[in-house]
Design a protein around this ligand. Structure first.
Ligand code: TYD
Length: 229
């Protein structure tokens, strides 16, 4: 039987998932990991804030609302500190081994939540990115887009009796701005980002994610392989 083209050509890519509350990132990231592993492409799933021991401690601090008390700039520094640990302890070592890294949120979250909504100066955010990630850019960023009402409904259902976290408890206008900011990022950087219509059942959205992956990562691998011959 012929090997699927992706398993011959694509190893160790860095894919980030972004989107507002209830956009379905955690479901989709898991579906994609299963699909990649099924194609014999080893993949790990991780998340921000968190993903490494040090970063998980900072996650707890930020999502408890402590970050808000300290102000948006300091909150950004906390996200950056968590990212630095996560990149060095988990993301880079995995990519170096040829493992795919699927990360639930990354620098675009900081740009949207702290930058656009928290009004932290973009120059400060860029400076922190230089320190924490250097030239480690995601190969592909999938931005899951759902109407705010749908996302919040999903988030409330998922949360059940648990208390809303620091960002879930923000009002409707906040979430509308959030959605707009993500749509803008997708429009500004079409090479790296794909806006996925996530207002559908998980299997349908999963198929859209897979199509985006094939078009952006596998197709370019086929092209560069072809140009070597
Ligand atoms: P989480 O429980 O992981 O929620 P979600 O399912 O929405 O990803 O909470 C992470 C929260 O942290 C989320 O509301 C977005 C926020 N966040 C930032 O504000 N800045 C960041 O840099 C990151 C990574 C997350």
């Amino acid at each position: 039987m012929q090997k699927p083209v992706e398993s011959k050509l694509v190893a160790g890519r860095f894919v980030t998932f972004e989107g507002g509350e209830g956009s379905g990132k955690s479901t989709q990231i898991k579906l994609l990991a299963d699909r990649l592993n099924g194609a014999r492409l080893p993949a790990i799933v991780t998340r921000e804030p968190g993903g490494s021991a040090g970063a998980e401690i900072i996650r707890h601090l930020v999502l408890s609302g402590m970050g808000k008390l300290l102000g948006a700039e300091t909150e950004s520094l906390l996200f950056a500190a968590a990212r630095d640990d996560h990149v060095n302890q988990v993301i880079k070592p995995a990519l170096e081994k040829g493992t795919w890294v699927l990360c639930d949120r990354f620098t675009d979250s900081t740009r949207v939540y702290q930058g656009k909504l928290g009004r932290v100066d973009l120059k400060l955010l860029r400076a922190m990115e230089r320190v924490t990630i250097g030239d480690l850019k995601p190969d592909l960023t999938l931005i899951l887009d759902v109407p705010v009402a749908v996302g919040l409904q999903r988030a409330i259902k998922r949360r059940g009796a648990a208390v809303a976290d620091r960002f879930e408890e923000e009002g409707l206008a906040f979430h509308e701005k959030l959605r707009e900011a993500y749509r803008q990022i997708a429009a500004d950087d079409p090479q790296r980002c794909v806006l996925i219509d996530a207002n559908a059942d998980p299997q349908t959205v999963g198929q859209r994610v897979w199509t985006a992956l094939r078009e952006h990562l596998f197709a370019s691998a086929v092209a560069s392989e072809g140009s070597k011959t």
